[in-house]
Design a protein around this ligand. Structure first.
Ligand code: CA2
Length: 143
């Protein structure tokens, strides 16, 4: 069974609690439920995690080497700011899919650049929580 790490960045633990016009009403637990359901159908084993701490995300990415076969990441605001995440992802030798609930490229200019995108084999944005399911399906195809 292929193993996939699903990483979520800062403030995504607030999903469904505020800004429903942008992010919808589903909570991160709902997103996790969707991912677990999709993983079971696809025959993937997933680990679903969230952190508000850049260093913790970097450590999880470093520790993913040799453990996971693919990474699905919504780095949230660190997408647009974190060279540290970029460098950690660069040394990861498994397929990386970038996912966003909203479409950052259709929002404020400061969300248009992504440090994750150059290292991702695929980017899914603006599909809401079902983007995570699409990301898992894509990883399944690739693995
Ligand atoms: O659309 C996405 O998935 C984002 O990664 C979400 C990030 C944002 O910084 C990116 O530009 C796009 C923000 C996650 C914070 O989510 C919140 C949810 C509810 C209330 C406040 C923040």
């Amino acid at each position: 069974m292929k193993r996939v790490l699903v990483l979520n960045g800062p403030n995504l633990n607030m999903l469904g609690l505020r800004e429903p016009d942008i992010y919808g009403h589903e909570t991160l637990d709902d997103v996790k439920g969707l991912c677990l359901e999709a993983a079971e159908k696809l025959g993937l084993a997933i680990d679903f995690r969230q952190s508000n701490h850049e260093g913790e995300l970097v450590t999880w990415i470093q520790d993913a080497r040799g453990v996971y076969d693919g990474l699905l990441i919504n780095a949230a605001a660190y997408t647009h700011t974190s060279l540290a995440l970029h460098d950690a992802l660069k040394i990861l030798d498994i397929p990386i899919i970038e996912v966003h609930i909203s479409d950052p490229k259709k929002r404020e200019e400061f969300r248009h650049f992504s440090y994750v995108e150059p290292l991702a084999v695929h980017v899914i944005a603006g599909q809401g929580p079902k983007g995570y399911v699409q990301g898992l399906e894509k990883l399944c195809e690739l693995l």
